[in-house]
Design a protein around this ligand. Structure first.
Ligand code: AKG
Ligand code: FE2
Length: 282
């Protein structure tokens, strides 16, 4: 992670890295993504297999995730020092090509309410923190955009800086992880920022940041995005729900992204460094 990326990630809670994938990678990955069963986006396992699997530990994000999710003591060349805990693919039709009803039948229904993993003003294991010059990003999302995104036409949007907010969003319940019933909903929505990017770009954001999905209004191309979620070795938000048969076919280092969420003690004669059938996150 460059100092510039670190500065802006800390300041805004998200960064965009344009043009990461080659055009042949994009074509191959898009073909796989468009073939997915989009009606069950949270359960389909397309992001874990085929060439899309390469995104899980693509070199351009590994250094960044290591910087914002790990501690130096746990670094090794043999295994990752952060975990992957969720992957889904979201396809949104090119605007004007299908009705909204058809879209929601087959594709992920979008949650356009600005939301957050837990309200950031509450201390918790998923929360973004900075201590001793070190970022602890908490639950962290990596979004691979395989089609062009134009700001204001349906990419993910962010309330930059809200990952460090000390006060709640004005709604009736300070523990509510979204801005519903906030009397400031309109000004919050107006303050949200999006991004434009060419296909093959990646966006990384802390889920402590208020963010929203948006209706895809781009008339030129659909959205085809792969959403992968990561956490520290200490914490888990999602049920992984991924079959051992898929994980065991991965290269060994990649498998370590899916090991169990524990630290003290030994299993299979070693500390918690490697994935095994009896050492998997559930
Ligand atoms: O669909 C989107 O653009 C945003 C998805 C989202 O809310 C998330 O990744 O946490
Ligand atoms: Fe979200």
């Amino acid at each position: 992670m460059t100092n510039e990326q670190k500065f802006f990630y800390d300041l805004r809670g998200w960064i965009l890295i344009p043009n990461v994938l080659s055009s042949s990678e994009i074509d191959e990955m898009k073909a796989e993504a468009y073939a997915c069963d989009g009606s069950r986006p949270l359960r389909n396992s397309r992001g874990y297999v085929g060439s899309l699997q390469k995104l899980l530990d693509y070199p351009a994000i590994v250094g960044i995730l290591t910087e914002i999710l790990s501690e130096p003591y746990y670094l090794s060349d043999g295994y990752y020092s952060f975990r992957c805990e969720n992957s889904f693919i979201s396809i949104r039709h090119r605007a004007g090509t299908v009705s909204k009803e058809q879209d929601s039948e087959n594709y992920l229904q979008i949650n356009d309410l600005p939301h957050v993993v837990r309200p950031p003003q509450q201390a918790n294991a998923m929360r973004y923190q900075v201590k001793g010059n070190k970022i602890y990003s908490g639950l962290t999302r990596v979004v691979w955009e395989l089609e062009e995104v134009k700001a204001g036409q349906g990419g993910t949007t962010f309330l930059s800086g809200s990952h460090k907010a000390n006060f709640n969003y004005g709604g009736p319940d300070p523990y509510r992880p979204n801005i519903s019933e906030s009397p400031w909903e309109e000004s919050i929505r107006e303050a949200m920022e999006g991004y434009s990017c060419p296909p093959g770009s990646v966006v990384i954001f802390t889920e402590s940041l208020i963010h929203a999905a948006n209706e895809w209004t781009n008339p030129n191309n659909p959205r085809c995005a792969v959403f992968n979620c990561y956490n520290s070795l200490w914490a888990q938000w999602y049920l992984l729900n991924l079959d051992h048969e898929i994980i065991e076919k991965m290269p060994e280092k990649r498998r370590s992204l899916f090991r169990g969420t524990w630290q003290l003690g030994e299993l299979n004669g070693s500390r918690n460094h490697n994935y095994a059938k009896n050492n998997r996150s559930i």
